[in-house]
Design a protein around this ligand. Structure first.
Ligand SMILES: Nc1nc2c(c(=O)[nH]1)N[C@H]1C(S)=C(S)[C@@H](COP(=O)(O)OP(=O)(O)OC[C@H]3O[C@@H](n4cnc5c(=O)[nH]c(N)nc54)[C@H](O)[C@@H]3O)O[C@H]1N2
Ligand SMILES: Nc1nc2c(c(=O)[nH]1)N[C@H]1C(S)=C(S)[C@@H](COP(=O)(O)OP(=O)(O)OC[C@H]3O[C@@H](n4cnc5c(=O)[nH]c(N)nc54)[C@H](O)[C@@H]3O)O[C@H]1N2
Ligand code: SF4
Ligand SMILES: [Mo]
Length: 815
């Protein structure tokens, strides 16, 4: 721990857990352990002192008086009788598959829920529930103790599983779990323990198309190339606004500074976005595009590379690129002139973009959420990397490269990627990465019949605001027989929970970015131990999740600490056993028990797992094989400000694991989806379409309770082009009714020429006016929930991802 004491205050250093940028922070704490100040950590080799307004309010978040400090029990959940336990599921997850939501987290097969086949669990015979599903008045929570809370979860989950089977229990894992140690380390164990197929995460509201793309192209859904920002000469960026978001699937603290540096060294940044964002303003060129049409533009760019003979010499890939000719054929009829009427991008611009991309010494194409949350999300994600391959920029400095995180072993070859190992019950949507689309969660809760969801576990998610057609989902939650949420807040989602289990505050929580360090623009590692001790009897989030895993397997709840110890021991044992039998592993042929003994007994069992992962990783000490190598102790004690492991290195050979052993440039399922793309070329929707937007001082749905971040002007406005405002008679500041297939909301109009004509934009994560919540600041400035008008029926079929951009809407001024 890096803390220095003065008489009344001390400093401590840690990684900001809020967004993907991984900034190092310097916290000032008073004697009571209250965070009184936050600054950027200048000694962090990756972030070098950068901080944004969200990081700067981490102290306020840490000390938010609305943060829950005890388990909360819904009044109607506190007096049910006890039921029998179940046999433990007895499956041991191993430590190579960090769960959590970014990136996807669940390696396919690693937690094939229960590995069961349809019909595996007997239907029928369901005793009618004691508490009939139906609307409850949300809220009405009372504080409880941890024993009572875990007992209630045990009793109620057991009841549901006994009556309806394992698939009746669904799990939803949200965004903050991707920023925690606990989410990736214990989420998969919970899913395995239940053995349910009803697994949902924020991934299908976010980046699932990128996983499917990487899964087919490279064999590994987690092998996501990131733009080598610090060395590129040319960055083509679509559907990303890092000046507000600070970057995603590309962890780069001070993203704005890194973009400016591209220009400063003579390079070029081009932004493709239906809005002229702050990022577009900073860029050298901004290209407006009609929402949802990126796939046409990208196909046209690929077309142009072929047509104008601009494809790079691919001999550097040593025969590793497959199906080049199929790709050429597939893109033949997507000339820039053909797609321009749909995209709104002039053909000459497209051709020039292709030429510039091909001509640049070192170029990278990067697409983010604007390109993922679309009807063609997977095609977009794929074509972005196709462009990186065709221009010779994949896996080379200054191009798009695969980070090499310190905690992930390189010796373990993965199974080739597949999807659709099972399908959802109601809509028949394919499983992807072990998950079903959040867009169908409401269907699965509402539709009666065998396999209907009766109980839900949410971990760090707020789908009642974040999911498409969230209004419907919110209602569906009210009908669940049992719901438990691991969450620090009583909010729009957790108000439905019978039991809320709050994790301790950030200062009391260890931090290591299991999910994000594999997406960073430099290889880098940082471990932040807790800086304030937890109160007696207060479990860590790791312990809470471990206890849930044990309970979900049917065993009576042990103490949370015992649960973590037991689970971690099983995982450590099985991981070490595997590691000693895999050729190429640094501990191949050694004795697992001997290795086990060398883990530091003064560490928590969670830390021991991290230590094990680092020691087996590419920079690790290999349990003594390389005495200079990395261990958690070394990372913690010798590199308290973080450890720079260097610029990204070419490593395609380590990453590629398709069945063919080659990059599958033209996967058959993608080629088949191009047929759909082609078919809709002449059927582009007329009328207004809705897109999203992010603001620097917000973070999805859950930072609106901090006064510092919501002070000032209303940001939850409907932006529209002045020409549309004039045509519809909508004045600035007027209230507008926004209607789609799923609903109507009202928002304040903000005409601005930064939004292209025909497009309107609303941010997400707002709508804090529901009863029964306890986020007092957010309630005072609730905003409206854009996801009341997004449509759960629209998905990207290849990934199941939600479609938030390009939603057809109509507007009318309110009287
Ligand atoms: N301040 C802040 N930071 C955040 C978050 C936050 O809520 N607030 N959320 C975090 C999360 S969970 C994520 S996933 C990341 C996301 O990080 P980014 O991907 O950078 O997200 P956005 O800022 O929403 O930028 C998406 C851009 O896509 C544009 N867009 C919309 N539709 C289309 C389209 O059809 N085509 C194209 N080309 N562009 C389109 C939008 O106008 C917008 O400018 O940000 C993370 N960081
Ligand atoms: N219309 C529209 N909808 C969108 C998007 C969009 O661009 N447009 N973006 C989508 C994207 S990219 C994402 S990632 C999703 C996010 O979707 P979700 O993950 O469902 O929603 P969040 O708002 O991130 O909710 C985070 C929850 O985690 C809790 N939390 C905070 N810290 C912790 C912690 O340390 N531990 C635990 N256990 N809980 C914690 C918060 O209290 C909150 O309840 O939203 C999606 N929804
Ligand atoms: S950019 Fe992200 S990681 Fe950095 S301080 Fe802001 S919220 Fe934290
Ligand atoms: Mo996200």
């Amino acid at each position: 721990m890096t803390s220095s004491r003065s008489s009344s205050s001390r400093k401590a250093h840690r990684t900001c857990p809020l967004c993907e940028a991984l900034c190092g922070l310097e916290l000032t704490l008073d004697e009571a352990g209250t965070v009184t100040g936050v600054r950027g950590d200048k000694q962090d080799p990756l972030s070098k002192g950068f901080i944004c307004p969200k990081g700067a309010t981490l102290g306020r978040l840490d000390g938010d008086p609305d943060r829950l400090t005890t388990p909360m029990l819904r009044r109607d959940a506190t007096d049910a009788p006890a039921a029998d336990g179940h046999e433990p599921a007895g499956q041991v997850p191993d430590d190579h598959a960090p769960g959590g939501h970014v990136p996807g987290g669940h390696v396919p097969g690693d937690h094939a829920p229960g590995g069961h086949v349809p019909g595996d669990h007997a239907p029928g015979d369901h005793a009618p529930g004691d508490h009939a599903p139906g609307d409850h008045a949300p809220g009405g929570h009372v504080s409880g103790d941890w024993d009572e809370a875990f007992q209630t979860v045990h009793r109620e989950l057991a009841k549901v599983i006994e009556r309806y089977g394992k698939d009746a229990v669904a799990v939803y894992i949200g965004n903050p779990t991707a920023h925690s140690v606990a989410g990736p380390l214990y989420g998969a164990a919970i899913i395995k323990a239940i053995g349910t197929r009803n697994v949902y995460t924020a991934s299908t509201a976010d980046q699932m198309p990128k996983h499917v793309s990487s899964g087919h192209l490279f064999g590994d859904p987690l092998a996501i190339p990131v733009p080598d920002l610090d060395r590129t000469d040319h960055l083509l960026m679509l559907g990303a606004n890092p000046l507000e978001s600070n970057g995603s699937l590309c962890s780069a603290p001070d993203f704005p500074g890194r973009l400016k540096a591209i220009g400063a060294r003579g390079g070029k940044v081009t932004v493709v976005d239906p809005r002229r964002t702050r990022t577009a303003d900073l860029a050298d060129e901004h290209v407006f595009i009609r929402p949802g049409t990126d796939a046409y533009l990208l196909m046209a760019l690929v077309h142009t590379l072929f047509a104008e003979d601009l494809v790079a010499d691919l001999s550097g890939f040593a025969g590793l690129v497959r199906s080049l000719d199929d790709l050429r054929t597939l893109t033949a009829d997507f000339a820039p002139e053909r797609v321009a009427p749909v995209t709104g991008v002039p053909a000459a611009t497209t051709r020039r973009m292709a030429r510039e991309l091909a001509a640049a010494e070192r170029a990278a194409v990067y697409g983010r959420i604007g390109t993922c949350t679309q009807a063609y999300g997977t095609l977009n994600s794929w074509l972005v990397d196709v462009l990186n391959v065709l221009t010779g920029n994949l896996d080379r400095p200054g191009g798009a490269m695969f980070p090499r995180p310190a905690h992930a072993p390189v010796y373990r070859k993965k199974r080739p990627f597949t999807t659709g190992r099972w399908t959802s019950r109601v809509r028949g949507l394919p499983e992807v990465n072990g998950e079903l689309p959040v867009a169908t969660l409401a269907d699965e809760i509402e539709a009666p019949g065998e396999g209907q969801i009766r109980a839900l576990i949410t971990i760090g998610g707020n789908p009642a605001l974040s999911a498409p057609n969230a209004t419907r989902l919110d209602k569906a939650f009210a009908g669940l027989e049992f719901m438990v949420s691991v969450d620090p807040y009583l909010n729009e989602t957790t108000r439905h929970a019978h039991v809320i289990l709050p994790p301790p505050r950030p200062a009391q929580t260890p931090h290591y970015d299991l999910a994000l360090l594999g997406l960073a623009v430099r290889d880098y590692a940082r471990y932040s131990p807790p800086i304030v001790p937890r109160p007696e009897g207060r479990p860590s989030e790791a312990e809470i999740l471990a206890a849930l895993a044990v309970i979900a397997s049917g065993m009576a709840p042990p103490s949370a600490r015992e649960a973590a110890l037991g689970l971690d021991e099983m995982i450590i044992t099985s991981t070490l056993k595997k590691a000693t039998t895999v050729e190429g592993s640094p501990v191949f042929g050694r004795e697992p028990d001997e290795l086990r003994k060398t883990l530091d007994a003064t560490m928590t069992s969670t830390e021991q797992r991290l230590d094990m992962m680092l020691r087996l990783g590419p920079y690790g000490d290999g349990f003594g094989a390389d005495p200079e190598g990395l261990t958690l102790t070394r990372l913690r004690d010798e590199h308290p400000h973080g450890l720079d492991l260097g610029a990204l290195k070419p490593r395609l050979d380590e990453v590629l694991c398709t069945a063919s052993g080659q990059i599958e440039l033209c996967p058959p399922s993608f080629a088949a989806d191009v047929t759909r793309l082609r078919a809709s070329l002449d059927a582009a929707p007329e009328g207004l379409v809705l897109i999203g937007r992010r603001h620097l001082r917000s973070n999805n749905s859950w930072l609106h309770n901090l006064p510092e971040l919501v002070r000032g002007s209303n940001t939850c406005t409907l932006q529209l082009n002045p020409s549309d405002a004039d045509r519809l008679g909508i004045a600035a500041g007027a209230t507008v009714r926004v209607t789609s297939r799923t609903g109507t909301i009202e928002a304040v109009a903000e005409p601005t020429d930064t939004v292209m004509a025909g497009v309107v934009s609303l941010p997400h994560g707002w709508g804090h006016d529901r009863p029964g919540t306890r986020t007092r600041v957010a309630q005072g400035n609730p905003g409206v929930n854009v996801n009341a008008v997004t449509d759960e029926r629209e998905i990207d079929p290849l990934s199941g991802n939600a479609v938030f951009n390009g939603v057809p809407v109509t507007l009318e001024p309110t009287p």
